[in-house]
Design a protein around this ligand. Structure first.
Ligand code: ZN
Ligand code: ZN
Length: 382
């Protein structure tokens, strides 16, 4: 497989991402990757977009550093630095690859060419030119939003998401070729997807104009999709939402985005989850919260009171002398999370009745008169 220089290589320090030194051994890199991948794995951090981001970053870093050849290419690119590259690269606009004329695409620069160009800088040890590999167009990622009830978010649910737009053509199954025919190797580039263009002293690779870089051409286009491999229609994707999903979480459904060009990979579907409110429970991370009214006698004398939870009421012991606003933790009665549940945080509020019976008034007046010290004594007033 041809090595490819990616723009990201200039911007990202993969060693830093994996937390290993530049001279780390392959085993050290693998170990660091495993540790980080486990820690940030989406399964272990359901609905945490930061972890997902980090996981991607770590995977991208290992994809390069974990491969001896890619790592060597990366090291050389890093050594060169983005500035040096832009300045030294013929035909490039002076700022690296951006704005490069002539349809030159940075994604498909072959390391063989770089070795040739910069052979002197690298000692010419890997000057053997390689043919670039054709690239099939990858489909676009899609993003959509679903709304869930609080209860569905707690229990987890599989929901059908309907998407309108490009979908795989069912006549040709995405190949773009009429039934009974196949795409053929591009005659212009011989399947490489790139053609050599002479630019003065240097020879550069350019995307093949005949096949647009795919390396394949279609002689008899599919009558349904006219060769694109995709048609616009409505399709339904079943999305599994894990129990305990948080409002705002983004779920990735791999390969369910837009279809790629003929032979290309589909994009991914990202589903943003919106969770409705619950009339009783609030949410704080993996914990649920509930405000629990108690009477003054219950707070003052202590009481066993019923507290609602997701699966039926439990009894909470409110100790004598509990101040209003105090929060109690009921273990394991919160939102589902990997390996268990969060807790239920119960905040007691002393309830002051707005309406009193005659009897209650008498008793409260008696209580007031029986109190030996004003509650405001500490403030120096009474
Ligand atoms: Zn071609
Ligand atoms: Zn078709």
């Amino acid at each position: 497989m041809a090595e490819e220089i990616r723009r990201e290589w200039f911007e990202k320090d993969y060693y830093e991402v994996l937390g290993v030194p530049k001279n780390a051994t392959a085993a050290e890199i693998k170990k660091a990757y495993r540790k980080l991948a486990q820690k940030h794995h989406p399964d272990a951090n359901a609905g945490d977009p930061k972890a997902e981001e980090r996981f991607k970053e770590v995977s991208a870093a290992y994809d390069v550093l974990g491969d001896e050849e890619k790592r060597a290419a990366y090291d050389r690119v890093r050594e060169m630095g983005a500035g040096g590259f832009g300045a030294g690269f013929p035909g490039a606009g002076g700022t690296g690859f951006e704005g490069a004329p002539g349809g030159f695409r940075y994604e498909t620069v072959d390391i063989g060419d770089l070795s040739d160009l910069f052979g002197g800088m690298f000692g010419g040890s890997r000057g053997r030119a390689r043919r670039p590999q054709a690239r099939q167009r990858r489909g676009a990622d899609l993003e959509t939003e679903v709304r869930l009830s609080f209860d569905d978010a707690m229990s987890g649910v599989t929901i059908p998401v309907t998407l309108d737009g490009p979908a795989v053509c069912t006549t040709c199954h995405g190949s773009g070729a009429a039934p009974g025919t196949q795409p053929v190797v591009c005659a212009t580039c011989g399947g490489a997807g790139q053609v050599a263009v002479n630019q003065g002293f240097f020879q550069m690779e350019q995307t093949c104009p005949t096949c647009s870089g795919t390396g394949r051409t279609i002689e008899t286009p599919c009558p349904t999709c006219h060769g694109s491999g995709a048609v616009r229609r409505s399709r339904t994707v079943k999305v599994k939402v894990p129990a305990g999903v948080k409002d705002g979480a983004r779920i990735r459904v791999a390969g369910r985005g837009e279809p790629g060009g003929p032979g290309g990979q589909a994009g991914d579907l990202y589903v943003r989850v919106r969770v409705g409110e619950h009339p009783v429970f609030g949410r704080s991370g993996d914990n649920l919260t509930v405000d629990l009214p108690v009477s003054y006698p219950e707070a003052a004398l202590g009481a066993n009171v019923k507290v609602p939870t997701l699966n039926g009421p439990v009894t909470l012991k409110v100790p004598a002398g509990t101040p209003s606003g105090k929060t109690f933790r009921v273990k394991g009665k919160g939102a589902p999370k990997r390996g268990g549940h969060g807790d239920l945080l119960v905040t007691v509020n002393v309830d002051v009745p707005k309406k009193l019976s005659k009897r209650e008034k008498e008793l409260l007046a008696e209580l007031r008169d029986a109190e030996t010290e004003s509650p405001r004594a500490e403030l120096g007033v009474s």
